[in-house]
Design a protein around this ligand. Structure first.
Ligand code: AHR
Length: 498
């Protein structure tokens, strides 16, 4: 192989795991303009009969979210869910201490359920383990999933929602390891509270799946000890352990930033080891998987003070080309680690560190919109254990790294496949041979590419199409091989027919 050429080898028998559809999730928090002015804005010309933004919902449908986590985030830890149900005129206006904002409670659990149904996604609800009690958590499960005939399920019926919702996924608090969290707990306290909440919630509805709070990020002094302690106390009662992380390029070191897939993979490997350790220590037959239920790029906009206003503009990060390439790598890692990662939620879905920004009458799709859209559209069936040979790129933080970051999927039921390629080199265009060693699909269906020469180029309301995907023609099956060129700073998706 010449040292400027790359080869990607695919074998449909060499798989990592089945891809969990829940890795294409999102996160909606009562923060800034995510809910109010994002999802819900009765005054917008785009509002439907429920006050939900039809233009936003159309864009979210393109992203094909399989699950959305709600209502927070740090907001969750001070939230009384009873404030957000029942007649809207009776709902209290409250101070939200997490974001120093005013919460009107005009949007709550039932409104969220309606929204989730309209965009055809599955809800993932959080219970407040900060100021909330284990009894509040249990009551919420009864309110949401209980059959009519008892107090909280009848309360739901009296609010106009007779049928139990059957919500399956429930988070046991949010980032409880963080001193910034309302009602922050130390690891033993959290572990015990989560265990007791889990018991009550399961007694309410044995069919639910529970997500335990893991470390907020890898920089926490308690990482990964927190994860071990929480798991050892709750292992057999829970189904997933959460992790959160936000990527940054604070020193403007683009080559290192574009190699952050190493960090994401390392984080998952450490926690995979922790899960295995605890399972072995407890001699358990049960499996717990990982839920990366907050992930994204976030470092440019740190405005987190709502100054006691409604729907303030908080952390409305503007994303550029390099951010989109990091998001694409993140999703490559999700596929490569699909044996242990079963849920992931892009944080957040509208306005607040989000793929979509809105004004009252318009929206813009940010650069990160597109990689997410292609993964959620094409990554189906099994993640393949890809073998890649590629030229190297130098980085300050990680040393030499391969210029290409790659993942691939193949659906044995349909024969459909997809390959996702990030070229992280700032300068080198790379000729690539994609070689199907077994299970060659019948034809290339389409090739899409996002690229540019300016890593800082972003889509704005004034210029919304700076970074949009291009369709690339002429890539064909030549025997088992397809040859194409991936430009520097690019993300390429090849989708195949079965
Ligand atoms: O997504 C924004 C905030 O980041 C969330 O509220 C919190 O969980 C995390 O620290």
């Amino acid at each position: 192989m010449s040292d400027t050429k790359a080869k990607i080898f695919l074998d449909v028998n060499r798989t990592v795991s089945e891809i969990s559809p829940l890795i294409f999730g999102g996160f909606a928090e009562h923060m800034g303009r995510c809910i109010y002015e994002g999802i819900y804005e009765p005054a917008s010309p785009h509002a439907d009969e429920d006050g939900l933004r039809t233009d936003v919902m159309a864009a979210l449908r393109e992203l094909n979210f399989s699950i959305i986590r709600y209502p927070g985030g740090n907001f969750l830890s001070g939230y009384n869910w009873l404030d957000g149900v029942g007649p809207k005129e009776n709902r209290p206006r409250r101070r939200d201490l997490a974001w120093r904002s005013i919460e009107t409670n005009q949007f709550g659990t039932n409104e969220f359920m309606k929204f989730a149904k309209k965009i055809d996604t599955q809800p993932m609800l959080g219970v407040n383990l900060g100021t909330g009690s284990i009894a509040d958590a249990s009551a919420l499960v009864e309110y949401v999933n209980g059959t009519p005939g008892t107090y909280f399920s009848d309360l739901r019926v009296s609010h106009g929602y007779r049928e139990p919702y059957g919500v399956k996924y429930w988070c046991l608090g949010n980032e409880m390891d963080g001193p910034w969290q309302i009602g922050h707990l130390d690891m033993d306290e959290y572990a015990r509270k989560a265990r007791e909440a889990a018991k009550m919630m399961r007694w309410q509805d044995p069919s639910i799946k529970l997500i335990l709070c893991g470390s907020s990020n890898t920089q926490m002094p308690t990482y990964p000890e927190w994860d071990r302690v929480a798991l050892e106390t709750c292992y057999n009662l829970v189904d997933y352990q959460s992790l959160h992380y936000y990527s940054m390029n604070e020193t403007d070191d683009t080559p290192s930033y574009l190699a952050q897939s190493y960090q994401f993979e390392d984080n998952l490997n450490t926690l995979e080891g922790t899960l295995r350790y605890v399972k072995a220590k407890l001699r358990s037959k049960h499996d717990v998987f990982l839920s990366w239920d907050e992930w994204n790029v976030w470092f440019k906009n740190r405005e987190m003070d709502g100054n006691w206003t409604e729907a303030p503009h908080l952390i409305e990060e503007v994303y550029n080309l390099e951010d989109a390439l990091v998001v694409a790598q993140w999703m490559n890692v999700f596929l490569r680690k699909s044996n242990v990662l079963k849920i992931a939620c892009l944080a957040q879905i509208v306005n607040v560190i989000a793929p979509i920004l809105t004004t009252t009458d318009s929206l813009v799709k940010q650069t990160i919109f597109y990689p997410f859209m292609y993964f959620s559209r094409y990554a189906r069936g099994n993640a393949l254990d890809v073998f890649t040979q590629a030229p190297m790129t130098e980085t300050k933080q990680y040393g030499g790294v391969p210029s290409l970051d790659v993942s691939a999927s193949h659906d044995p039921a349909t024969g459909q496949g997809a390959v996702f390629i990030v070229n992280r080199s700032l300068t080198e265009s790379i000729p690539v041979d994609v070689v199907w060693q077994t299970g060659k699909p019948s034809a290339v269906e389409a090739v899409y590419q996002i690229c540019g020469t300016d890593v800082k180029a972003a889509n704005t309301f004034e210029n919304p199409n700076q970074i949009v995907p291009q369709k690339i023609d002429g890539v064909q099956m030549d025997g088992d091989t397809q040859t194409l060129n991936v430009p520097p700073l690019s993300f390429t998706v090849i989708s195949y027919k079965g």
